[in-house]
Design a protein around this ligand. Structure first.
Ligand code: FAD
Length: 420
């Protein structure tokens, strides 16, 4: 009887998993279960091209939005049973069976967990009509429809996603304020010096920052609308729209009751198998594993390259298990890389700058204000190890800097800095 692999999550990691399973010789059945009603699309474009969300005619992407977002599907995928708009609500790993929202039961021989993340929210109730997140196509379309010129928009959180949304909303004519309890935007991954440099660049283009403050409550008008945010310093920040960008948490509730480590995604071994369950693997943003590049720290990658890298690894493990092949023993040590666009700046974060303890300038001059054409490369060091690099407008040097970080993490050597 034909066997079946079930992939839960129909986004980038789910699609990459199907590609890699076929590439590793899996010719039996594959089902993909997705909570969203759409075929896999590129989520990173939701914030980068927020201005086009919900635009049916030709958007700034040159095509209708959904069409422009769609991820290409290789003809080599063959026949795949897509079950969309019907999330998995529970699962018994022992019985190798899922239950979907409509009550269907789906049996598997191998399971791929690709359910990604969902946004964290402010711990405040009410005013849902004026509160937004950006994670799905519907979220982006709903927010875009409210971003009209003159609107007072507050973005809570000052990470990459917040700053991308702030840039778009400002360009659409909104009065945008970004608020964060840290003292600089993107402070945790990039440090306060670089964060302030990026802050000044954004301020010069109309984004306002309120830093070192937390949101403590909503202020409500006489007609019951949200008209402001109460901050930890007692002040009131007038606002009509609140966009919550407070980070993400794993979509793992459906896995509860199986004795798994579901703290911050799902814990896997370095073959991306769940410990004790070799026929179950996790891929993409939801997978947490020890990356030997960063020694004992478990990481949940949360960036665009991870679905591909983890799917390659997981497909080898799962097909080896199901097709009785010898498992691969090479270590899995992917080097993270995240990209972001801020107005005209292209930011690339290679490795994990956040683990560094001091910075060194590899290119450009961070004492000068950034303009649209500035270039900058900053290394982040722990001892003599380069844990990560930030590149500003230097895409043609990505490879060299990736090599620098990879070499340094493999074998600490200060001289490597001079040869990038
Ligand atoms: C707005 C935005 C902008 C981004 N920009 C960048 C960027 O510029 N650069 C970068 O490197 N990365 C960026 N990222 C991150 C990048 O998009 C993710 O790393 C990538 O989408 C991860 O893919 P994934 O398939 O693991 O998870 P996801 O894309 O989160 O997909 C998980 C899928 O699983 C589905 N699902 C959840 N629960 C269930 C269930 N119980 N049953 C069935 N299906 C379920 C979800 O509906 C979703 O479709 C961005 C992310 C967002 C949200």
């Amino acid at each position: 009887m034909a066997k079946r692999i079930v992939v839960v999550g129909a986004s980038l990691a789910g699609l990459k998993a199907v590609e890699q399973l076929r590439g590793n010789g899996w010719t039996d059945a594959i089902s993909v279960v997705g909570a969203e009603p759409w075929m896999p699309y590129d989520r990173s474009l939701l914030s980068r091209h927020l201005e086009s969300a919900g635009v049916d005619a030709r958007s700034s992407l040159g095509k209708p939005f959904l069409e422009a977002l769609a991820l290409p599907r290789s003809p080599l995928l063959g026949e795949v049973d897509w079950r969309l708009g019907n999330p998995a609500v529970s699962c018994s790993i022992e019985d190798k069976q899922l239950t979907l929202a409509d009550g269907q039961r789906v049996r598997w021989d191998g399971l791929v967990i690709a359910t990604g993340l969902r946004p964290r929210r402010l711990a405040l109730h009410g005013h849902e009509e004026q509160r937004f997140v950006v994670h799905t196509l519907e979220d982006a379309t709903r927010l875009r429809s409210r971003l009209t010129a003159g609107r007072k928009v507050t973005i809570v959180g000052a990470g990459f996603l917040a700053c991308e949304i702030a840039a778009t909303a400002t360009q659409l004519g909104c009065a945008v304020t970004v608020i964060d309890s840290n003292t600089a935007p993107m402070e945790r991954p990039l440090g306060s010096l670089v964060g302030r440099l990026l802050q000044r660049y954004q301020e010069a283009r109309g984004v306002r920052f309120v830093l070192g403050q937390r949101v403590e409550g909503f202020s409500t008008s006489a007609i019951g609308e949200l008209n402001g945010l109460r901050l930890s310093n007692g002040s009131l920040l007038p606002t009509e729209i609140v966009v919550e960008t407070l980070g993400f948490q794993g979509n793992v509730n459906w896995l509860a009751g199986n004795g798994l480590d579901l703290h911050d995604g799902v814990l896997c071994n370095d073959r991306l198998q769940l410990p004790g369950h070799p026929g179950v693997v996790a891929v993409g943003d939801v997978a947490r594993f020890v990356n030997p590049l960063y020694r004992a720290i478990t990481q949940r990658p949360e960036h665009w390259a991870a679905p591909d890298e983890t799917a390659r690894r997981a497909a080898v493990s799962l097909t080896a298990q199901l097709l009785c092949r010898k498992p691969r023993t090479t270590p899995f040590r992917p080097l993270p890389q995240q990209e972001s666009n801020l107005f005209s700046l292209r930011l690339q974060v290679i490795g994990a700058p956040g683990y560094g303890q001091k910075m060194c300038v590899l290119d450009g001059d961070p004492s000068q204000p950034l303009d649209d054409r500035s270039t900058l490369a900053i290394g982040y060091l722990k001892g003599t190890v380069v844990t990560g690099v930030l590149l500003v407008n230097l895409p043609h040097r990505t490879r060299a800097f990736r090599q620098l970080v990879a070499n340094s993490l493999e074998e600490p050597q200060q001289e490597a800095l001079e040869h990038a």
